[in-house]
Structures are given as C-alpha cells and as structure tokens.
Design a protein around this ligand. Structure first.
Ligand code: FRU
Length: 503
C-alpha cells in the first residue's frame, strides 16, 4: 500500500472516530434533548448559571455505555437547548469516584478560592470510595469540593478534602448547596439513606450538622437520593420552600422517581406544610429521575432538568454509542390548592425556539400529520365525550404506536408504550403508565413534546406531568388524535414541527 493510502486511512479513521459519536444521527438519538456525545450518562450535576452560560455537569462514564467509575461530564448552553460540549470537569482520584453534587457561585469569595476577576465557582460532590465499599466499610461516601477560577473551564480539587466526613452511614450523598440569605450562611442538603440532612457553613469548607427531615414523611419505597431545596413564591405574596427528593425505587409506575415536599425552612430544618403521609410526585412517567434546579438562574427562575431514564432498565435501553438523555428544561412554580401546595411544571419558555415556524398547524381529528419531532397542544371536553378513552397517537409505517391518552374511568392521563417493538431488553419497560389528574373539571388539556425516543406530557396546565422514553423499530412519523370505540371529544389543538438542536 502506498504511504498516501495509509495516510488517508489513518486520517479518515481518526476523523470518523472523533466525529462519529457526535453526529447525533444514530437511531433513537434525541434531537431536542441533551445527550452526551458518546458513552454513559446519568444524573444532571452542578447545574449553575454564570455570566450568560447555563452549565450542565453530569454523571459520566467515558469508557463505556453502562455505569462505571463516575466522572463529571460538562456542557454549556445559552438557552438550555443548544449545547457546547466541554472537557470532563472532574475525574475520580484516590478518595473515590465523583458522584452527584452541585455548584454555586461564591459571590463574596467566602471560600477564599478567588484568584483574578472571575467569581469562584465551587462544586460540592460525593466521593464514592470503591475500596471502602468492597471491604465492607460503611463510611465510603464523603463530600469533597473543587473550584474553578475561569468560568468553569478548569477545576481544582480542594487539598483538604473531604469536607464532610461520613458518620458511618452507607448512603450519604448528593450534596445540593445553596445560599440561605435569612441566616447568611451556606446550606447543603444531602440524601442520607431514608431522610435528608442539612449542614451549614460560612465558607463552604467547614460544615456542621444543622438538622434533618423526612423519616416520617413521603415515599420510602427506596433509598433517598439527589435532593434539592429552594424557595418558590405563592400567589398571596408569601413563599414556601420546595424540597425535591429522588427515590431509587417505588415510584408510582415502577422503579425510580422524584417526589417533592412543600413547607418551611428556617436554616436548620424543614417543616412539611402538606400532610406527612401525602406522597407528591413531580412526574408520573417512568423517565425523569435525579432532577435538580439551576443555581443562580437569572430573574429568580426555577429551572429544572432531570435524567430521562429509570434505574430499572437504564443500562439496557437499545441505544448504541451513548446512553441516556436529559429532559427538556422546565420551569417550576407553586400553587395553593384545596388539598395543599402543589408544584406546577411548565416547559421553559426557551423551548419555543425549537419550533420550525411560529405559525402552528391547526389540528383536526381524523387527519394524520407527518411529523416525527413536534410540539402539540390538544384540548378535549369531557361533557361531549362518547368514549372513555382518547388522546394523541403517534405511529410509524410498521404499525407500532404510542398512545398519550386520558382514561375517564380511571380519571388518569396515561402513556401506553407497549406497542413498540424494541422492548424485550427489560420486562419492566413495556407498560401503561398512569397519572391521576389533579383537577376535576371537564377540560382535558395536553401539551406534548415528542422527540425521536421520548415524550413529555404537561397535562392540565402543568399540574400533571409524565415523561416516558420509547424505542420503536422505525422512527414514529405520524401523529393524530384517537378515541377507543368512539370519537375523541377534541375541541382544538395546535401542532408545531420542531427542529433539531444538533443539526
Ligand atoms: C442517582 C445516583 C446518585 C449517585 C449517582 C451515582 O441516580 O444513584 O445517588 O450520586 O447516581 O452515579
């Protein structure tokens, strides 16, 4: 072989090795959502806004497509939709793998980490020490910190890590740090087995235990993970604290899911304003886990992103070079209802940029629309219903279907993903997922975002949420309304074709 051909061979192999994983055209590859260029991803980490950039770090294993030694992958975005990948931010070291955690902007340099003009960004994460775990110890999870003086581009680990030692509890992780203005101190909320603990600090380095919450409250179907604590205004001019807690198993439709509490926080402990036995789920779908909100987001917005998978089957889903995506960015608000406080979730306004044109197609029944990625709003009037089961169907030419429906007998929204061929990778995957309605009126409202392998339902103005992934053997490319044994009581809807954020 001539040298030239050898050169061409090496050149093209190198180019394809580099570019292939990032071409985002593989089967099932999300086009509207963040997914890593290649390899395994789980929880969103360290979400922080600084100088026009939304940072997203994430649990990342760069050497395989199943969970492994955890790093923090990193990407930035100006709109939480279009992402620029950056080099891995944190690598495992002698103290352990780098598990989930958070990042804050240390506005007043309380940590003393500032060098130069930029405010220090301070990350707090869990060290998971594998040797410790294998040798049967219980104190193998500790908390460490790292800082960046260059807008998150490079990170240095603090030389005196760990900053929070383990009190002898196996599950002791996922620190979410915030500045608590009333008590003028940093608070970190951590998941500790079956409850959360709050630690406080003046400098992000020395921490003391302040209080705890949750032994008697909410769902205990699995280990508590990835908490988040933030304040949301209520209409009457007051505000309440929202505590998100992901639970490893026992979610309403199986596997892992995220519950929340609404109450008060005094710098030490959290008091639940709802009944302690009430279990409130942020999302009834099976694919929204470990979500948290952006720290320091502009205009006091509470912007949320979750991991769009489920520990029941995350390592087995039929994707090739990469595994998992994040949800679309969502904005959280709070509503006082007759049954107590409830979190309302809406797609962040930025998602309107995904629309190909600003003029929607007016949807009618009995017509099929040729879209694969789209946003749909569809309204139904129960007082006109001649069927108890109706909604939106997406399908393909090999007659696989996915139903996003409402069932009147159960008074539930549902997603039926049993009719996609690629489902045998897990016995839990093919199922009909139910979400009880919060409202009691006759107007059933659906707002959907459909991507290549996921659907997000914002039902009844954000009061009921469902996020599900699916894996059809061919892309879905048709959409229509459906009714089982009757016409859907459809009163109107709009359809926007959406464009890829990667191409
Ligand atoms: C949640 C979780 C966290 C942990 C991380 C490890 O999905 O189990 O509790 O920090 O994943 O990757």
């Amino acid at each position: 072989m001539s040298k030239f051909i050898v050169f061409l061979f090496i050149f093209f192999s190198a180019v394809s090795a580099f570019s292939q994983p990032e071409n985002y055209s593989e089967k099932h590859r999300p086009q509207l959502h963040f997914s890593p260029p290649a390899h395994w991803m789980n929880d969103p980490n360290g979400m922080v806004y600084y100088k026009g950039e939304y940072h997203l770090f994430y649990q990342y294993y760069p050497d395989g497509t199943v969970w492994g030694p955890m790093h923090w992958g990193h990407a930035v975005s100006k709109d939480m939709l279009h992402w620029q990948h950056l080099p891995i931010a944190l690598y495992p070291d002698s103290l352990g793998y780098i598990f989930s955690g958070s990042v804050v902007v240390d506005q007043n340099n309380s940590s003393g980490f500032q060098k130069g003009a930029e405010k220090p960004l301070v990350a707090m994460f869990t060290y998971h020490n594998m040797d410790g775990e294998k040798s049967g110890r219980t104190d193998f999870q500790t908390q460490g910190i790292a800082y960046s003086n260059d807008k998150g581009r490079t990170w240095k680990k603090y030389t005196q890590n760990p900053v929070i030692k383990n009190p002898g509890i196996k599950d002791f992780r996922d620190p979410k740090v915030m500045w608590h203005e009333p008590s003028k101190q940093w608070i970190v909320t951590m998941a500790v087995a079956n409850h959360v603990r709050f630690y406080r600090s003046k400098n992000l380095k020395n921490w003391e235990l302040a209080g705890s919450f949750g032994l008697e409250d909410g769902s205990h179907g699995g280990v508590w993970e990835c908490p988040d604590l933030f304040q949301l205004p209520v209409k009457d001019g007051k505000s309440k604290w929202v505590l998100l807690v992901s639970v490893g198993s026992g979610a309403p439709n199986g596997g892992s899911g995220t519950q929340y509490f609404v109450g008060d926080f005094n710098g030490k402990t959290f008091t639940n304003s709802n009944a302690s036995k009430d279990v409130l789920w942020l999302d009834y779908g099976c694919d929204n886990y470990a979500g948290i909100t952006w720290s320091n987001a502009p205009n006091k917005r509470h912007l949320f992103l979750g991991w769009m998978s489920n520990w029941q089957y995350a390592t087995k889903v039929p994707t090739d070079k990469w595994r998992s995506a994040m949800t679309l960015p969502r904005e959280l608000s709070l509503q006082k209802t007759n049954n107590g406080y409830r979190v309302i979730t809406r797609p962040a306004k930025e998602t309107e940029q995904l629309r190909k044109t600003n003029t929607p197609v007016e949807m009618v029944t009995k017509k099929e629309y040729p879209y694969s990625m789209c946003e749909v709003t569809a309204d139904f009037d129960l007082s006109k219903a001649t069927t108890d089961d109706f909604g939106i169907e997406i399908s393909n030419s090999v007659i696989e279907t996915l139903h996003i429906g409402y069932n009147r007998t159960k008074n539930c929204f549902y997603i039926d993903r049993t009719n996609c061929k690629e489902k045998s990778f897990s016995k839990e995957f093919p199922a009909i997922h139910l979400a009880p309605r919060m409202l009691n009126n006759n107007q059933i409202k659906m707002h959907l975002y459909i991507d290549k392998s996921s659907v997000e339902l914002f039902g009844d103005d954000g009061t009921v949420i469902m996020t599900d992934t699916f894996f059809p053997s061919e892309d879905f490319n048709k959409i229509r309304t459906f009714g089982i044994n009757g016409e859907p009581p459809f009163t109107g809807g709009k359809l926007f074709e959406l464009k890829s954020v990667w191409h």
